[in-house]
Design a protein around this ligand. Structure first.
Ligand SMILES: [Zn+2]
Length: 982
């Protein structure tokens, strides 16, 4: 038989696709332009509409144009399948260019984007609106700096040319033929099996020559012989903010969700999985019709809420308690609105997963975990797609990485075939999940994708494909899987290592907001009456949304950080006023000094009242009246020449203000590596090849300059309780001012830093070469810590050249160690004996001026005899982050109260809050050392009964409590949630 060349087969496909739409009839447009913030449909309908023609320009960046679309279906088209077709001037993919929401009869109808260009027309008279968003293209890398979206939204000319608005007849038979042909064509191009490939090509050839659909039908009827089953779930990953601000995402959701709802009516077997309750809450608030539609489709089983977290949050940076609240608010929303208890954590696009997550998933009632992001690893590709993931406490969770390595599948036959072929656990499981639909900027599945699914359900040379729900996939896959391997420890993401540092102000505000909300809850519980539940609920949700995986990591446009900083400042302020009013009420009116300590260990330390340092003794998780004149029972601190010393440490610096020695008087040893200088600021060239704000490339170390020049040195305070020396430096276009502070009785040497940062593509680190040798260093993560290598023996060690930690990292050898603490930083590297903290970056994409400007932060060095656990490193890091608070009140001297006291230093109280659904009190504890222990917990809160519950605050077991005392047993890193009934 004569065969047709492959190129001709493709030409044939184009001809078939072009034959689908026949006839054209124009539509009439008028336009109403809205600059600034979006308006409601009601306001838009009253707008002043002007004449507009196809070919006209529209859309200054970030503006909205409402198009009124009118026309009549030609009489002789009656009975035909008519659509309205639009090209708004699309540039590129859905989600990254202009897009519109069609409104019909005053209600949201369907989204219009580059892959959803037509709307079905049912009546002869046409009159509807398009709410079109002029979303400019953001630039995420390149030699020239990215445009400022803040500047663009204020000015700018129309950028889109309206290319088409017309009625067309869509020929159903021609469409079916084109889709049949396309699936077989794509299959032939993807197949490696020569026999089947020849068979499919033969069918295409026959059709190309004869136009007889029978040859296609015969090839499509050949059933699959594969044992692999793909569950295909429609999806639209919508980044809650990224290259667009939150306000635009609210509209993106409306566009994507209304399209998904419409497709459910057309295709009864279509299933759509949708995460992020925060986005549903937007619909409930701003688009009640869409929300009602979702509610109906959830009840019908077509719309599947997935996820568990309030947003798809970054998981490296949020505190442990913040992650708990992501689950708490996320899962509660789905339960309250839809009665759905989600069992999976759904984070396809998040930049790494800490080893505390498995316990959080299990403790919130979940069983499964999904991502695909590690397929992007730059060094080591994950060895499995389906496996058990074990966390620091030993909990293991059934985990699946969809083998298509994307959450934006296109449902091409090739992607389906490769997805099954590339599945790495064939001998352990015969199921995988496939997520299809336009994502990131939204859009979701196209009708053609669902049509492809129908043709691929049972087709020879392809796996079995079912349109299904993620929950069904997980339940079946977990049940059927055998001999799964276990991955122990963190799922470190070998890419985007700059996201621990970029957008430092947002990260600092995040840390402050987490701490402030913790304190607001504790002191409100202490007060008892008038717990500000609604205020705290809304403040938490404002924090949680800003932990989204492109906001907190620092990978968004400038507009997003303008919003984030404003929102997080508001959270800190709201929590601050809750704290102030609770503490004032607790202390009463008077002039006596009262100290409040939120941490669960007692504290004896120096604080400044006014500008005067005093010595205070604060009870665990409570408050006490302070005698301001009491003498400190501690050796004083003093400065002489270029040295400061207290009873524990003697710190010496050189003429350039760099530390030349830290002598531990108690351990009688030198802390710094001999011949090196400590607190050395190092400035690296930082030019990642891709993903500017996201990445630090491994070769950044090659270009480094030490900042040694000193502008001035001043002694600011010279004991006896506090010694402060101040060093001012200038480098590049920047200025840095640092106070080095040592308190009497303290091992914590603080570096309070202010920087006016005016560099570009630079990475600022601070280095402490220390006389400690160990192949491993320890880093704090949420609810515990992990060890990582200090060498690069293997490719896995090598890839961890920049890692994430929370408030501390420690390098310890037998008998001695050094901890590097911080109050708002997350990036560390410890190579050999050099401990470094990442301070600032200066990327130019997608925010052209990221991080330029003023910064304030504190880091601290804590040399210590013994192991970091016994030495109190965890407590010291907590203290650095939560300074004692002082209030004037009427408590009598010596009066003190602890809300909770725990008799084991291994146990940390992470939260004390009012229960979500009752007046009971929740106390969250965790074992922080990584060892088993039994602890007595004593509370002064009213507690007649006590329960152990899960993170959702559902009771599990009652535990005996007598006179405010109860006993608990904890396994390593175990999180315990207690509920106390007054
Ligand atoms: Zn994303």
């Amino acid at each position: 038989m004569e065969t047709v060349a492959a190129a001709d087969l493709e030409t044939k496909l184009q001809q078939l696709l072009e034959a689908v739409d026949r006839e054209r009839a124009p539509l009439e447009l008028t336009a109403y332009v809205v600059r600034g913030e979006p308006i409601t449909f009601g306001d838009a309908a009253r707008g002043d509409y002007r004449a507009f023609h196809v070919g006209d320009k529209w859309g200054p960046p970030w503006s909205t144009t409402w198009f009124r679309v009118r026309g009549d279906v030609p009489r002789d088209w009656a009975g035909k399948n008519v659509v309205a077709y639009f090209d708004l001037g699309f540039k590129g993919h859905p989600g990254f260019t202009c897009e519109a929401l069609a409104w019909r009869d005053g209600r949201p109808w369907r989204g219009v984007d580059p892959r959803h260009r037509w709307l079905p027309i049912a009546s002869p008279e046409i009159d509807f609106y398009l709410e079109a968003s002029a979303i400019p293209t953001a630039v995420v890398s390149g030699p020239a700096e990215a445009p400022s979206m803040i500047a663009l939204r204020e000015s700018g000319d129309p950028t889109f040319e309206f290319r088409a608005a017309e009625l067309r007849i869509q020929d159903a038979a021609a469409r079916k033929l084109a889709l049949d042909y396309r699936v077989l064509y794509e299959l032939a191009m993807a197949l490696t099996d020569e026999e089947r490939r020849a068979q499919v090509l033969d069918a295409l050839n026959r059709f190309a020559r004869s136009n007889d659909p029978a040859s296609l039908a015969k090839a499509l009827a050949q059933p699959s012989t594969s044992s692999h089953v793909i569950t295909a779930v429609g999806h639209a990953h919508i980044d809650t903010a990224w290259l667009w601000p939150l306000r635009e995402t609210r509209r993106k959701c409306a566009r994507t969700f209304s399209t998904a709802l419409a497709l459910m009516d057309e295709f009864p077997d279509y299933r759509f999985a949708c995460s992020q309750p925060a986005q549903y809450a937007w619909m409930k608030e701003s688009y009640p019709d869409i929300f009602e539609g979702i509610r109906r489709k959830v009840a019908a089983g077509q719309w599947e809420p997935v996820g568990s977290m309030w947003v798809e949050a970054d998981c490296n940076l949020p505190s442990g308690e913040a992650l708990v609240r992501q689950f708490l608010h996320g899962k509660r929303f789905f339960m309250q609105e839809f009665g759905v208890d989600t069992r999976e954590l759904w984070l396809p696009d998040v930049f790494g997963y800490p080893a505390s997550l498995p316990q959080l998933i299990a403790e919130s009632g979940g069983e499964y975990f999904l991502t695909q992001k590690l397929s992007w690893n730059d060094t080591n590709k994950p060895a499995h797609h389906t496996f058990m993931w074990e966390g620091i406490d030993g909990t293991s969770i059934f985990t699946h990485f969809p083998p298509a390595d994307t959450y934006n599948g296109d449902f091409s036959a090739g992607e389906i075939v490769h997805s099954a072929a590339d599945f790495k656990d064939q001998d352990r499981s015969s199921r995988s999940l496939y997520l299809y639909g336009w994502g990131d900027g939204g859009g979701g599945p196209e009708p053609d994708m669902i049509e492809s699914a129908h043709r691929l359900q049972n087709l020879d040379a392809a796996p079995h494909v079912e349109l299904g729900r993620a929950a069904e996939f997980f339940a079946r896959a977990k049940k059927e899987a055998r001999n799964l391997t276990t991955w122990v420890g963190e799922l470190y993401f070998e890419l985007h290592r700059g996201t621990y540092t970029s957008q430092a102000r947002t990260k600092k505000l995040n840390r402050r907001a987490e701490q402030a909300l913790r304190e607001a809850e504790v002191w409100s519980v202490a007060l008892g009456d008038g717990y500000p539940a609604d205020v705290l609920d809304s403040a938490w949700k404002r924090l949680l949304i800003n932990q989204f995986h492109d906001i907190l990591p620092g990978s968004s446009i400038d507009w997003v950080y303008e919003d984030a900083e404003r929102e997080l400042e508001a959270v800190v302020e709201i929590a601050g006023s809750v704290i102030t009013s609770a503490q004032s009420a607790l202390a009463g009116e008077g002039e006596k000094l009262t100290v409040f300590n939120v941490n669960s260990h007692p504290r004896r330390e120096v604080i400044e009242v006014g500008e005067r340092p005093i010595w205070v003794d604060a009870p665990a998780c409570g408050w006490a009246s302070i005698d301001e004149s009491a003498a400190a029972q501690v050796e004083p601190v003093s400065i002489s020449g270029r040295a400061m010393e207290n009873g524990l440490l003697r710190v010496t610096w050189d003429a350039g203000g760099l530390l030349t020695s830290i002598w531990d008087k108690e351990a009688k040893r030198e802390v710094l590596t001999s011949g090196t200088r400590g607190n050395l600021l190092q400035l690296h060239e930082d030019n990642p090849k891709n993903w500017d704000a996201w990445d630090v490339d491994a070769d950044y170390r090659a270009h480094s300059a030490d900042i040694t020049a000193l502008k001035s040195a001043t002694v600011e305070m010279d004991g006896p309780l506090r010694a402060v020396v101040r060093f001012a430096r200038e480098f590049g276009s920047s200025k840095l001012d640092q106070r080095i502070v040592l308190d009497a009785g303290s091992r914590v040497l603080r570096f309070e830093t202010e920087v006016d940062w005016q560099e570009e593509h630079k990475f600022l680190k601070v280095a402490f070469p220390v006389a400690v040798h160990s192949p491993r260093a320890t880093y704090e993560i949420q609810f515990g810590h992990v060890e990582r290598s200090t060498h690069s023996n293997t490719s896995w060690d090598q890839a961890r050249f920049e890692v994430c930690a929370h408030r501390w990292a420690d390098l310890g050898e037998a008998g001695y160690g050094v901890a590097l603490l911080n109050d708002c930083k997350y990036g560390y590297d410890i190579l050999g004996s050099v401990m470094r903290l990442s301070l600032l970056r200066a990327p130019t994409h997608p925010d052209p001026a990221a991080d330029r400007g003023k910064h304030r932060f504190t880091y601290a060095l804590m040399p210590h005899p013994g192991d970091f656990r016994e030495a109190g490193v965890i407590a010291a890091a907590e203290d650095l982050n939560t300074p004692l608070r002082m209030v004037r009140g009427q408590l009598t001297t010596g009066e003190r109260r602890s809300l909770i006291e725990v008799d084991s230093p291994q146990v940390v109280v992470e939260a004390i809050k009012r229960a979500e659904d009752s007046a009971e009190v929740i106390v969250r504890l965790y074992e922080a050392w990584g060892g088993r222990c039994r602890a007595r917990v004593r509370t002064s809160l009213p507690a007649s009964r006590a329960y152990l519950c899960d993170l959702m605050e559902r009771n599990r077991d009652e535990i005996p409590i007598h006179a405010g005392e109860l006993e608990v047993e904890l396994a390593p890193f175990k999180i315990l949630t207690l509920k106390l009934t007054p």
